[in-house]
Design a protein around this ligand. Sequence first.
Ligand code: URA
Length: 254
Amino acid sequence: MSLPPAVRLDRLLANLGYGSRREVHALVRERAIFLDGQAVTDAGARIALTADIPERLTVRGAPVDPPAPLVLMMHKPAGVVCSHKEPGRSVYELLPPRWRSRTPALSTVGRLDRDTTGLLLITDDGSFLHRVISPRTHAPKRYTASLQWPLRGDEADIFARGDLLLEGEERPLAPAYLEVLEPRVARLTLTEGRYHQVRRMFSATGNRVVELHRDRIGSLDLPPDLAPGAWRALNPDEREAILAEDKCESPRLA
Ligand code: URA
């Protein structure tokens, strides 16, 4: 069995956004940091980074933030953006301010439009991010779209064929799976994440998406008790569910 990695306390806390290394040294002098119930007196001490570190290490009486690699799920509310560059309030502002100074930085796994709600993953784990968004992984993403006009009836065939060309693109979309829930409400499962993809797909059939919500990625469902704006870290089983396709109800796509 391999030993957990050991890290310097000042480096760990600086990387988690608790301040510069100098500020972490000041916290140690104030006796604000406890490890296994004992005040830490050496900011340069190497500590074993065990999975239960938030239960062992406290800063000003609160459990330390979970270290990298971290995957969060958020119930994205409407009206916030997924990019630092877009104007307006971002999903990062729904996290504790300290989390914006973490190294490695947190990024959203793909993006949802400002008005799209639902399951959003946020991670500092680059290889996990690439595996989820890679077209080769085919991690299915499931959306519920409310439409301006009733469905025509041929949308499921059009989307499943795998030859739909969106305006301005040269490569057709991979097959997608549509379930009609109500005359103006449909569930769509995609394996790609092209720009405004769901809205543009319905627009290609002469319709318009008025509300869009993502409720599943891979086999991970948005938990019903996660309110809009709320977030939490994923446990290892939930992380695995994202890339496990065997439990998906929709047929394997593409
Ligand atoms: N497709 C869209 O059109 N918008 C989203 O936010 C996600 C998928």
